[in-house]
Design a binder for this molecule. Structure first.
Ligand code: ZN
Length: 362
């Protein structure tokens, strides 16, 4: 196959054959619309496809697609091209450096979600910035692209400001909007953009994407895919969290055998920072599960899941202390889910468990 996807790795529009065919035919026939609306569930490749289309629009190496290897293509994929700009919903309180950080992170890992928590939307200020940029000539002379994410969150005022630009975009510009549901987009905006639908992805396809991008085992990729509800983005995040969690569990057990419990404080803080609230709660429940297994082993019962290699220092722990440590971590999980700071809850859980287990001699 030539064109949009030729020789690209990772393939950005994997599993979206209808969308790909539509864009490919528009590109090959030179009848690209000036504005597209990519609508479909979260994590199904809308943004990756927007980048692929931007690259096809700008790349000078490949006549009806993108080469994937030139300076333009590489910078577009890393979100560093001055002529391909991304705008996403923010809050009034979101600082420009937070926006820049998210874009940088997404450009690096390819799946961080460009979103801030809360009731965010593309603001009228953002729309004015887009218009100012579009009025300028492109930096590199091959056209300009503006990508607007989640336009279904746009308020009427911002949408109205965008209409004129959508109607008469300056020559040499392309606008790509995304939304979860086309029906959620303000009709006047929707009617001015060419609709391209994205569907949920099959589990096999998602597993392939997860394996390719994160290098986890096929089994892990399939597990992440199975619980992702057709969203490659959700599966990628789950796989990333899973990988980090595994590493943290090992570190966690090391912490239970350190000589000085004060080491637990900075370590807990670092773990909480890496894992975030839901990952930190997951770490507590993972620690509890593994300790519970150790307790079974110490009572001569078969472990539920293998705790892996025998833990140095754990041999001295008695079933009762391990049982108390299990409860401490379960309590830690509960506290984090009740919004206690993950760093504080982890520090308390690790120190508490350290003291309990220390009763049996360290
Ligand atoms: Zn190129």
């Amino acid at each position: 196959m030539t064109g949009l996807l030729a020789g690209k790795n990772p393939d950005p529009i994997l599993g979206q054959d209808a969308a790909e065919a539509l864009l490919q035919s528009a590109l090959s026939s030179g009848r690209l619309s000036h504005a597209y609306l990519f609508a479909g569930p979260r994590g199904t490749g809308r943004f990756s496809s927007a980048l692929a289309l931007s690259a096809a629009f700008i790349c000078r190496e490949s006549p009806d697609g993108w080469c994937g290897g030139c300076r333009d293509c590489l910078r577009i994929m890393k979100l560093q091209h001055p002529d391909v700009r991304v705008t996403f919903p923010v809050l009034g309180s979101t600082r420009p450096d937070e926006v820049a950080d998210l874009i940088e992170k997404r450009g690096r890992d390819g799946f961080t979600r460009l979103a801030v928590p809360g009731n965010s939307s593309i603001t009228i200020d953002s729309v004015r910035e887009i218009q100012a940029r579009m009025a300028l000539r492109s930096y590199e002379g091959s056209g300009k692209v503006e990508i607007l994410l989640d336009v279904d969150t746009m308020k009427q005022e911002a949408a109205n400001a965008l209409l004129k630009t959508l109607e008469e975009p300056p020559p040499g510009t392309l606008m790509i909007l995304t939304a979860e549901r086309a029906s959620g987009v303000i009709p006047t905006v929707r009617s001015r953009a060419h609709l391209v639908r994205f569907g949920r992805l099959p589990v096999e396809t998602i597993a392939e994407i997860v394996q390719e991008r994160t290098g986890v085992s096929r089994q892990e990729a399939l597990r992440a895919a199975a619980s992702s509800d057709g969203s490659a983005g959700a599966a990628l995040e789950a796989a990333r969290e899973g990988g980090a969690l595994h590493e943290m569990l090992e570190k966690g057990f090391d912490l239970l055998t350190v000589r000085d419990p004060r080491a637990a404080l900075p370590a807990a803080r670092a773990m909480a920072k890496t894992l975030g609230p839901s990952g930190s709660a997951g770490l507590c429940s993972g620690m509890a599960a593994m300790l519970h297994d150790l307790r079974r082993a110490s009572l001569g019962l078969r472990p539920v899941f293998s705790a892996g290699d025998p833990l140095p220092g754990a041999a001295a722990w008695g079933a009762d202390s391990i049982g108390r440590a299990v409860r401490i971590f379960l309590e830690g999980e509960k506290r984090i889910r009740a919004n206690v700071s993950p760093a504080a809850a982890l520090a308390a859980a690790f120190t508490g468990a350290w003291f309990e287990l220390g009763r049996d001699g360290r």
